[in-house]
Design a protein around this ligand. Structure first.
Ligand SMILES: Nc1ncnc2c1ncn2[C@@H]1O[C@H](COP(=O)(O)OP(=O)(O)OP(=O)(O)O)[C@@H](O)[C@H]1O
Ligand SMILES: [Mg+2]
Length: 279
């Protein structure tokens, strides 16, 4: 469990990036921070592994105040997938994945073998191991970033817009892959995005942020969709409302499900063993 207790961050130039932020992040589930650019998402994430230290309040991991933990030891327990993959361009894929274990003294052969296994985990062909990041597609680079975050088998995985830079199809593939990996590994994931669709797909808990890391609403995707806390949240998820507001329409004598723009959205699957049908 990760706890933010009245956490603030004011940068030396006076910018108040995070203002009195409190939340509990349960273990072995995915919490998504979603908000527009500059709302403090990256700052919040980086305070968990002490890449940034708060100027007020405290962050605890399983009741241990992170400010009392040695940053290097902390980062061994906390994997980090950077915004824009953050791969080292002059290192091969396998060495990129093995970065943290190598830094923390794991013998090279062992670290490389573990890295190859992680490539399997994230669905990367081992034949790519000796390539350099620039010789990979955007989606493959993102997978390397995820594999690197998982090296050292951390309990906590921080992911900062990990799929932001790829096209929608690849993005959707990577999202499904993450859902699969999470089912298998059950890490405590803190995932940052500005995409509300991605937040609702991946998050067990979704935190909608406004400027200054202010919490507009926390809840499950269902709770937020069913009961937006205020106008800000309503607007934030509202851009998608047209598509989300499904209704049943009679087309050529048949009832089908359409979205707010009138496009066919699909069919309703009837539960309890009955075959699916178009309603
Ligand atoms: N080192 C810094 N010094 C001063 N201000 C900073 C620093 N880092 C971030 N900020 C400011 O803090 C605020 C929050 O930044 P942060 O990077 O956390 O936002 P974000 O939600 O991750 O945005 P994005 O979606 O664009 O990545 C912004 O106003 C930003 O300009
Ligand atoms: Mg950011």
């Amino acid at each position: 469990m990760i706890t933010f207790d009245g956490v603030s961050k004011r940068f030396p130039d006076g910018t108040l990036a995070v203002d009195n932020f409190s939340i509990t992040i349960p273990s072995r589930t995915t919490t998504v921070f979603v908000g527009s650019s500059g709302s403090g998402k990256t700052t919040l994430l980086r305070m968990i592994n002490r890449m940034v230290d708060p100027t007020g309040g405290a962050i605890r991991i399983d009741d241990e105040d992170v400010s009392t933990l040695e940053p290097v030891a902390l980062r061994r327990r906390v994997g980090y997938v950077m915004q824009n993959s953050g791969l080292l361009p002059h290192r091969t894929v396998v060495d990129n994945v093995a970065t943290v274990p190598l830094l923390t003294g794991v013998p090279k052969r062992e670290a490389r073998e573990a890295a190859l296994q992680l490539m399997d985990t994230v669905g990367l062909d081992r034949a790519l191991a000796e390539r350099y990041p620039s010789q990979l597609s955007g989606g493959q680079q993102q997978r390397v970033g995820v594999a690197r975050g998982l090296a050292n088998d951390p309990n906590i995985l921080l992911m900062d817009e990990p799929f932001g830079a790829v096209d929608p199809l690849v993005r959707s593939e990577l999202q499904q892959e993450l859902l699969r990996i999470q089912k298998e590994l059950a890490k405590t994931i803190v995932f940052v995005t500005h995409d509300i669709d991605e937040a609702f797909l991946l998050g067990d808990q979704v935190v909608i942020l406004s400027t200054g890391g202010r919490i507009a609403q926390v809840g499950t995707p269902e709770e937020i969709l069913a009961h937006p806390a205020d106008e800000f949240v309503d607007n934030f998820i509202g851009a998608e409302r047209g598509r989300r507001a499904l209704s049943i329409k009679n087309v050529h004598g048949k009832d089908v499900v359409v979205d707010g723009t009138g496009r066919l959205a699909g069919i309703l699957r009837v539960p309890s063993g009955e075959s699916s049908r178009t309603v």
